[in-house]
Design a protein around this ligand. Structure first.
Ligand code: HEC
Ligand code: HEC
Length: 225
């Protein structure tokens, strides 16, 4: 791979050398060549961690290249970029819903404009997006089927200890732990011992991560009822 990249770069360098030679009529010295900075590749959208980037990758190449974005004047703010996306949808028929317009607007304002990834108006959009994605992932999962299919209720009562601790006790213990969701979904998949008593819980490794998370949500919510 690195060899391939080197070859590509050499090809570029040769092209520059030949172009220069053609223009000046002489082969350039090495110091001249080093001065040349290749322009940024504007045919691709600038990568970003923001969710709007992935959506833009899917939806913005349908009608035109990313050049249209790159050639916009710099320094546009989030509102201006969002308005631009509204126009893309209303006037040109880009297939975007209101949420996607907001997310792409935020991404473009950070990647090409005056916004920062840490701006509250950007961060809050990403958070809402992640919450929705997590909820959608848990939507198809039927917690009751999982509880029955994995013998959870053979070892745990909702309110009663059996082999393992009652779910309400578990919820109570993790009540003030900000990482409860993550910790408990890991222990559901990995099993464990020593946290509650002498009995061990077998690993439930056939559970998918999202299923373990849904079960953790269920267990941690039992205290509130
Ligand atoms: C359904 C087709 C379509 C899609 C999808 C689309 N655009 Fe456009 N876009 C256009 C048209 C048409 C123009 C105007 C072209 C012109 O003026 O020559 C345009 C122009 C632009 C411009 C230049 C500014 C302007 O207002 O003319 C930007 C920036 C832009 N698009 C960004 C995007 C981004 C980002 C996306 C992804 C969300 C996107 N476009 C998706 C059709 C589309
Ligand atoms: C064979 C009995 C058994 C089965 C089946 C079982 N558990 Fe457990 N579980 C236990 C025991 C015993 C503990 C206490 C382990 C310890 O002390 O660390 C426990 C602990 C837990 C905890 C607390 C973990 C922690 O980090 O504090 C949760 C949550 C839990 N189980 C959920 C489940 C769910 C959900 C299922 C079904 C997918 C399940 N258990 C199936 C026996 C079982």
């Amino acid at each position: 791979m690195s060899q391939l990249l080197e070859r590509v770069d050499m090809k570029r360098v040769m092209t520059i050398l030949l172009t220069l030679a053609a223009f000046t009529g002489v082969a350039p010295s090495w110091s001249q060549v080093k001065e040349i900075e290749l322009p940024e590749d504007v045919s691709e959208l600038r990568p970003s961690e923001l969710p709007g980037y992935d959506i833009a990758l899917k939806k913005c190449g349908i009608c035109h290249s990313a050049n249209y974005v790159s050639y916009q004047p710099p320094g546009k703010d989030q509102q201006q970029w969002t308005a631009e996306m509204t126009k893309m949808q209303h006037s040109y028929g880009a297939p975007l819903n209101e949420n996607e317009i907001q997310l792409i607007g935020a991404y473009l304002a950070v990647a090409y404009g005056s916004a920062n990834a840490t701006d509250e108006s950007v961060v809050s959009l990403s958070r809402a997006y992640e919450r929705e994605a997590a909820a959608a992932g848990q939507d198809d999962i039927d917690v009751e089927t999982l509880l029955n299919g994995n013998a959870c209720l053979g070892c745990h009562g909702i309110e009663k200890d059996i082999v393992g601790p009652a779910f309400v006790k578990i919820a109570e213990r993790y009540k003030n732990d900000a990482d409860a969701q993550a910790k408990v979904s890991v222990s559901i998949r990995n099993g464990g011992s020593g946290k509650w008593g002498a009995m061990a819980m077998p690993a439930m490794s056939s559970l998918k991560e999202a299923e373990a998370e849904a079960l953790a949500t269920f267990v941690l919510n039992t205290a509130k009822k």
